[in-house]
Design a protein around this ligand. Structure first.
Ligand code: SF4
Ligand code: SF4
Length: 329
């Protein structure tokens, strides 16, 4: 049976995202202590202006992404915008005023540290808890809507049309994850200073950018995220703690059009034959619109694919909008 799409109320989902954003940010705005919203730090009452602005933003982007044919374009747009704002605030915090930083306690914004950091320090910090909670709430969409680094890899991969599959993908992913953990343990046991550990993390980040510029751009595949980033592998492994998934119905005629838009190497012929994407699927949703047979759809318990997609978008776009307003170093 092919998955059908329909449009009952085009404002319902945008309103849900706007109200959820408004509610969460209002709670944050009314709490005491150092303001978390940037506009409140700039002028008194500015936080409320930012709350309303972000709720409006959530409404607007949900209206766009809800339309399957606009989803891939707008997902890439909002993801790169989030990353640019995130890194602009870091730059302004370092060069202009520390109010652009969250706490003033700097750490290197390299996703490998989500894995290596806790191992090196011997404790889970705020970022680890945030990372794991996000996987529980939104599944693997950390790597398609929320990570401040991955948007650059997505942009690099989009330079080329049809993606080329990566050979021995899980062997490469597993090796990088293993080596990252071993290096973090070695640095801890050797008692190296945080400066040396930081320089190691920066080197990993620079190498990652080089991988994006050379291989992701050349292959049309997110080579950095798929092979180099150990956090991405953790996301792939832990994704099952969240109930959302993607399935391919029997109406699939094997045309492989979906495979041509998947930059996460999750729709090889064997995945399509099995009726579900590979473990590297991040629920980005890019494949949903291109399937002429409407054979690919989201799955949440026994809900229809259309309802499952709506619930997924309500959650992930609310979290994305909150991240836009709050995520800073
Ligand atoms: S693979 Fe790593 S860099 Fe890419 S989106 Fe996921 S956490 Fe971010
Ligand atoms: S299978 Fe579809 S939803 Fe999953 S990563 Fe690929 S394009 Fe995105």
């Amino acid at each position: 049976m092919a998955f059908r799409t329909s449009c009952n109320n085009r404002y319902l989902l945008p309103v849900i995202v706007a109200v959820a954003t408004l509610t969460v940010l209002s709670v944050i705005q009314t709490r005491g202590g150092t303001p978390l919203l940037l506009a409140e730090r700039l002028f008194s009452g500015g936080g409320w202006f930012q709350v309303v602005l972000l709720a409006g933003y959530g409404f607007y982007i949900t209206g766009k992404i809800e339309q399957p044919e606009l989803s891939a374009l707008w997902r890439r747009r909002i993801w790169i915008l989030f990353s640019l704002i995130f890194f602009s605030q870091l730059l302004l915090g370092l060069t202009v005023d520390s109010l652009f930083l969250m706490t003033g306690k700097l750490h290197v914004p390299v996703p490998a540290l989500l894995v290596a950091g806790p191992v090196y320090r011997g404790e889970a910090g705020f970022m680890t808890i945030l990372f794991l909670s996000t996987i529980i709430i939104t599944g693997p969409s950390w790597c398609s809507f929320l990570c401040y680094f991955g948007a650059f890899d997505a942009t690099a991969a989009a330079f080329r049309g049809r993606p080329t599959a990566i050979k021995h993908l899980w062997y490469k992913k597993g090796s990088v994850l293993f080596i990252t953990i071993v290096i973090a343990i070695a640095l801890r046991i050797a008692g190296v200073s945080p400066v040396v550990a930081t320089l190691t993390a920066i080197s990993a980040g620079v190498a990652g950018v080089a991988i994006m510029l050379i291989w992701s751009r050349r292959r049309g595949m997110m080579v950095h995220c798929l092979t180099w980033c150990p956090a991405g592998t953790v996301v792939n492994i832990l994704r099952h703690v969240n109930p959302f998934s993607l399935t391919i119905s029997k109406s699939c005629d094997g045309c492989m059009r979906c495979s041509a838009v998947c930059h996460y190497d999750a729709l090889g012929s064997s995945d399509i034959e099995r009726g579900k994407p590979g473990l590297t699927c991040t629920l980005c949703g890019d494949c949903v619109a291109v399937c002429g047979e409407r054979s690919i759809g989201y799955k949440l318990f026994s809900l229809s694919p259309e309802k499952s997609r709506k619930v997924f978008l309500a959650i992930v776009l609310t979290v994305h909008t909150l991240f836009l307003g709050l995520a800073r170093i």
